[in-house]
Design a protein around this ligand. Sequence first.
Ligand SMILES: O=P(O)(O)OC[C@H]1O[C@H](OP(=O)(O)OP(=O)(O)O)[C@H](O)[C@@H]1O
Ligand SMILES: Nc1ncnc2[nH]cnc12
Length: 195
Amino acid sequence: MDLCHVPATREKGWYLALMAPNIKGPNYAWLDPSRLYCHPQGLQDCVADLLQPFQGDPIDMVAGIDAMGFILGAAAAAVLQKGFLAIRKAGHLCVQTLAQPYTDYSGREKVMEVRTDAISPGLRILLVDQWVETGGTMRAAIELVERLGGVVAGVAAICIEDSAGGRWIRGRYKCSHCVPPRLQPRFDHHQFGWD
Ligand SMILES: O=P(O)(O)OC[C@H]1O[C@H](OP(=O)(O)OP(=O)(O)O)[C@H](O)[C@@H]1O
Ligand SMILES: Nc1ncnc2[nH]cnc12
């Protein structure tokens, strides 16, 4: 695959074709989007599409979710010229943290942590992750921000699936994603290959 080829017309989500299917079975997410980060124009357009709905919105800080949410989150923070807060899977931060248990698409119970000294009450935070499948991970991050008095200014991910958790998030927060309407049902049904 040519990771430099740029199509003549770049409609929203053109770079989604760079994603790759799971070939390793049920212990993994059904899809791996990360090859699109290898494409310079793909990465740039992905971040621009995620930020477009928030143009003009007051955002004080961007938070990205461990691990792949760090990539788009940090890129978005750089574009917005804001700071970046890492929301981490438990057991990595050697400072005072707040913890939130959750369950994700794997069905396993996990714990997310955030440092307690970065979010002051009323701080408006844009939460970024690579993907929302069941919504368990993003909901845990939302809980952490709100328990610290922060305000979730928005939720951004390449895709927010039409799951119960995805709908819960979409119903309560301003959201952005990269999926054109014709492709959303394919992603909701975990179908790869949408040309
Ligand atoms: O909506 P959910 O069902 O909660 O799933 C979404 C989460 O799962 C993936 O991360 P994962 O923890 O697999 O790993 P990584 O980011 O460390 O690769 C994805 O990037 C989200 O963070
Ligand atoms: N990165 C990802 N891609 C597709 N589905 C997912 N579910 C959780 N993470 C995912």
